[in-house]
Design a protein around this ligand. Structure first.
Ligand SMILES: Cc1ncc(COP(=O)(O)OP(=O)(O)O)c(N)n1
Ligand SMILES: Cc1nc(C(=O)O)sc1CCOP(=O)(O)O
Ligand SMILES: [Mg+2]
Length: 515
């Protein structure tokens, strides 16, 4: 996410805090450090603080004398970014999260910050008003603004048309709102949120140009049989996904209606509606895949890459033993194995992973993944692209992509990757790299990505703590397990530490639930 929607200034502010803080800090100290960092930087927040005459001296007073309980820095930062993201999505037209949104989130989350900045008239209400940007106008001239002309169409037909359009516009708006709520509160996916917001804006503008304000007088809810005539199937919903699917159908039908009846008003505007409908289909498809694969990857923390030539024991011994001790994903990474041998081996690993309820991923080859019934494929920057792999693998296959920089992560996300490899973090015994992405890249991923990602490259029990402190909650490992004299022991140690950290984070999240 940060790669998609944090400005460089906002990213710098967050990374600076992580570099200076220990694993746990008093919350108010963190907010005070944030404000000082924002003031020092050249960003929008610094400008706001300077205009309001908030100086460094005033910010130093933000730390109260009373002792404060310590909070995990990583969790604190995630909450801050989530809140800032929401402000960016709601207030700005591009949805990019800047230092100004971090400032607003700090005021919203921390009473001390709110009180301190309130003394300078920097309140939440003031900043929201200050930062709200009007949505972009569609490029439609006033001359194109459409009027329903009763004289030409006949009074009765014009009123009926207005009622149909009005009802469809309302259905569409309501359905979109339900979908947006799911994406915001359940998926927490800023990319999809922004796409939905943009569709909503395009639609609002198009309907305005179609003469929406003239439809309302024709509204006659009592005569509209829709609400009373709703079928039982319309009323019963069994899961969030059920609600989501029904809302997509509702929006798509409403858009279809707007498009068809809209042709009676203006053919070009009807084309814009049909474009919105196609964008909704794309979001629907993306959401189905994201939800399905996210569920499958959600609980996966330890990912093992197995190359037979790099294993101290046979792959069977390594895989079966480590599956027992906490490996959640096995990747078969064989570069030179003949296809038939690879397929036979893949099918055996499929059986072992299925029995252990673990995922099986094939490196580089979507065709082999499909042939052995693997859960997915892993692709590097020089391998097949995500869209082509999805064609080979089918819609629900998991696709992972190796990334070595924020730019590559951004591209992989837009391409539709289900998870990312984030590395190389350290020097690897398995593969040589021209340069390391290092812990900096792990930190950037930690404050920004909401899809699952695995830190990778030279990770061992000895350096795991550093990787976790940089924000990784999932790791992918090869040599430190495959070459170990005791692969079971190393697996148990890494898996246990990842599990403990996840449990601690879950506890912290229940104490401080996202809003
Ligand atoms: C989980 C995971 N992350 C990264 C990689 C590396 O993929 P790639 O860059 O394509 O290199 P090879 O593994 O194919 O040599 C990976 N395999 N798994
Ligand atoms: C194959 C590979 N790709 C990486 C990346 O950063 O993309 S790191 C890596 C090697 C992972 O093995 P080990 O745990 O032995 O270092
Ligand atoms: Mg590869």
């Amino acid at each position: 996410m940060s790669f998609l929607h944090l400005t460089a200034g906002a990213e710098r502010a967050l990374i600076r805090i992580r570099q200076n803080a220990s694993e746990e800090s008093a919350e108010t100290t963190l907010f005070a450090q944030l404000l000082l960092g924002l003031l020092e930087d050249e960003g929008h927040a610094a400008e706001i603080l300077r205009v309001a005459a908030v100086g460094e001296a005033a910010l130093q007073t933000a730390v109260p004398a009373a002792a404060q309980p310590l909070v995990p820095v990583l969790e604190w930062q995630r909450n801050l970014v989530r809140r800032a993201d929401q402000f960016a999505i709601e207030l700005s037209t591009d949805g990019i999260t800047g230092t100004e949104h971090l400032l607003l989130a700090a005021i919203d989350l921390d009473p001390y910050t709110a009180e301190l900045l309130g003394r300078f008239q920097l309140t939440k209400t003031f900043l929201i008003a200050e930062l709200s940007e009007a949505p972009e106008e569609l490029h439609v001239s006033d001359a194109e603004f459409v009027q329903i002309r009763p004289a030409e169409q006949g009074q009765i037909e014009a009123a009926a048309l207005a009622r149909i359009l009005d009802a469809s516009a309302n259905r569409c708006r309501e359905g979109l709102r339900v979908i947006e709520d799911y994406v915001r509160f359940h998926l927490d996916d800023a990319l999809l949120q922004r796409e939905l917001k943009q569709i909503r804006h395009t639609l609002t503008q198009t309907l305005r140009y179609m003469g929406q304000s003239q439809w309302i007088p024709s509204r006659d809810s009592l005569r509209d049989v829709g609400p009373l005539g709703a079928l039982a199937s319309e009323r019963a919903r069994e899961s969030l996904m059920d609600v989501l699917r029904a809302s997509f159908k509702r929006v798509e039908e409403a858009l279809r209606s707007l498009e068809e009846y809209g042709k009676l008003i203006d053919a070009e505007l009807a084309v814009r509606i049909s474009e919105c409908r196609y964008r909704i289909y794309t979001v629907e498809k993306a959401l189905e895949t994201v939800v399905h694969n996210r569920q499958r990857l959600e609980q996966c923390r330890l990912y093992l890459l197995v190359t037979a030539a790099n294993c101290r024991y046979t792959p069977e011994i390594v895989i079966r033993n480590t599956l027992e001790k906490g490996v959640d994903v096995v990747q078969i990474r064989e570069k030179d194995m003949p296809d038939r041998e690879l397929i036979a081996y893949g099918r055996k690993v499929r059986e072992w992973t299925t029995a252990a309820r673990a995922l099986l991923i094939i490196n580089d080859r979507p065709d082999i993944a499909a042939a052995v019934g693997a859960d997915g494929v892993h692709l590097g920057q020089d391998d097949m692209d995500v869209a082509s792999a999805r064609r080979v693998l089918g819609g629900s296959g998991i696709i992972g992509v190796s990334t070595h920089s924020p730019e590559q992560a951004r591209t992989a996300l837009f391409d539709g990757a289900d998870y990312l490899g984030v590395g190389p973090v350290f020097v690897s015994q398995t593969k040589e790299f021209p340069e390391l992405a290092g812990l900096d890249y792990v930190q950037q991923a930690a404050v920004s990505l909401t899809i699952p990602w695995f830190a990778i490259g030279g990770i061992t029990p000895d350096n795991l703590r550093e990787v976790q402190f940089a924000g990784a909650t999932r790791v992918a490992v090869s040599s430190s397990i495959c070459q170990a004299p005791d692969p079971r022991g190393v697996t148990a140690e890494i898996a246990g530490r990842l599990r403990s950290a996840a449990e601690a984070a879950a506890m912290a999240a229940t104490r401080n639930p996202p809003q």
